[in-house]
Each structure stands twice: as structure tokens, then as C-alpha cells.
Unconditional design. Structure first.
Length: 219
């Protein structure tokens, strides 16, 4: 089953509670929360306090994508704020295995994220430690960028590795996902689709989610 994870980054920041309810009504499975520190990525977004207030308003699975340096310093705060998944970028982790253990010890599902240029070999020895791999299909930092097609063979390769090892690890794709690119990512083997502009960026969130689901129906 393919799951949708609308990214709050594209929502109306002046009424986030309402925006989250719209996603819930649209029947999506996860809420993707982009945490940026102005250091690992050029942009700054929000922190655990915001995640915590939204947690009290929603039953969606909270998918916290940490685009921050030294993620270990903040993992406990995001866990306490109600994250269901926490993704850390392999590019930010000196001791990736330890960081993933740190996430799991907090009772949160651990995920690892890779920039488009980062090879799959960097996660070869931690695949059994994660519930999900997040493959960036844009360079992290901003919404509304164009899907990088060169990542498609990487998705397919990762799907092959996961299946050959008999693991049940989700593959999430993030960046430039819309009705044109979603089918390509799903065909390659992705099963969780993050979408900012294509869902929250649209006037009708339910219709936008349906359009995205329709685009991958039957694959
Ligand atoms: C980018 C973020 C994405 C972003 C996706 O750094 O990780 O989650 O919100 O936005 P769209 O879907 O507009 O590319
Ligand atoms: Zn993201």
C-alpha cells in the first residue's frame, strides 16, 4: 500500500491547526514535518514546541524529517513532542548506527535520509536498524523544487537490496512529488510519498490528495 505524507512546509503557517485537520480529512496516513536549522540546510523552519502543539490536534503519524546538524542533541525533544518517525540525514551523522539506536531507544521508529548525491553504500550496514529510508528527490532546504530524475535508479536499487535481504523497510521519497513524478517513484519502488506543493500547496487539500492517489492507482 502506498502512503501519503503531506509536508507541512507548504501549508498556511498562519493557521497550522486548520491545515493539519484538512490533511486528516483528506485521509492521508502521515504528516511530514520538515525541521531545518539554517546550518545543514540554508532554511530555518520550526522546532519541537510546534510539533508538540500539533500532536494534541491530530492522530496522524508524525514523520519528523531532521535536516539539522548534530541531530542527537534534539532527538529526545522531538520524541517527547510526539514524533512517530524520526529521520536523520546520513550526511549529518558521524556515528550513524549510534544515532539510530538513540532514536529507537526513545520508542520512535528510526529512519535515515540521503541527499540525492549520497550513495546507498553509506547505509549498507544500518539497513536492519531502520524502519524507513528517505531518499531525497531534491536537494533539501526548500519546497517547490523540481524532482531529480537521476534518483530513480537509486530507488530501484534500494528496493532490490531491501527485498533481497527480506527486510520490511519503507522507502520514502521527498521533493518534487506530484501527479507526474509520483508514478515514476512508485514504479521504482517507493511506498511513502512526501508532497508539499502538490498537497498543502493546492487550494483543495482533499482533491489534491485524491489526484495524487489517482496518479498511482493500478501500479
Ligand atoms: C525539502 C523538504 C520537503 C519539502 C517538499 O527539503 O524535505 O519535505 O517540503 O516539498 P515539495 O513537495 O514542494 O517539493
Ligand atoms: Zn522533508
Amino acid at each position: 500500500m502506498i502512503r501519503l505524507a503531506p509536508s507541512l512546509l507548504a501549508a498556511d503557517f498562519s493557521s497550522l491547526g486548520t491545515e493539519v485537520s484538512k490533511a486528516e480529512q483528506a485521509g492521508v496516513e502521515l504528516l511530514h514535518l520538515d525541521i531545518m536549522d539554517g546550518h545543514f540546510v540554508p532554511n530555518i523552519t520550526f522546532g519541537p514546541d510546534l510539533v508538540k502543539v500539533l500532536r494534541s490536534k491530530s492522530k496522524l503519524l508524525f514523520d519528523v524529517h531532521l535536516m539539522i546538524a548534530e541531530p542527537d542533541r534534539y532527538i529526545p525533544a522531538f520524541a517527547r513532542a510526539g514524533a512517530d518517525f524520526i529521520s536523520v540525514h546520513v550526511e549529518t551523522c558521524l556515528h550513524l548506527h549510534r544515532t539510530l539506536q538513540n532514536i529507537r531507544e526513545q520508542g520512535v521508529k528510526a529512519a535515515v535520509a540521503l541527499n540525492p548525491a549520497t550513495p546507498l553504500s553509506t547505509i549498507e550496514y544500518v539497513l536492519s536498524e531502520v524502519e524507513m529510508v528517505l531518499l531525497m528527490t531534491v536537494n533539501p532546504g526548500f519546497g517547490g523544487q523540481q524532482f531529480i530524475k537521476a534518483v530513480l535508479p537509486k530507488i530501484a536499487e534500494l528496493r532490490k537490496i531491501i527485498d533481497s535481504k527480506g527486510l520490511s523497510v519503507d522507502i520514502e521519497v521527498d521533493g518534487g512529488i506530484n501527479a507526474e513524478t509520483a508514478p515514476l517513484a512508485v514504479q521504482a519502488g517507493a511506498n511513502i510519498l512526501v508532497a508539499g506543493s502538490a498537497i498543502f500547496g493546492q487550494p483543495d487539500v482533499s482533491l489534491a490528495a485524491k489526484t495524487l492517489r489517482d496518479s498511482i492507482a493500478g501500479i
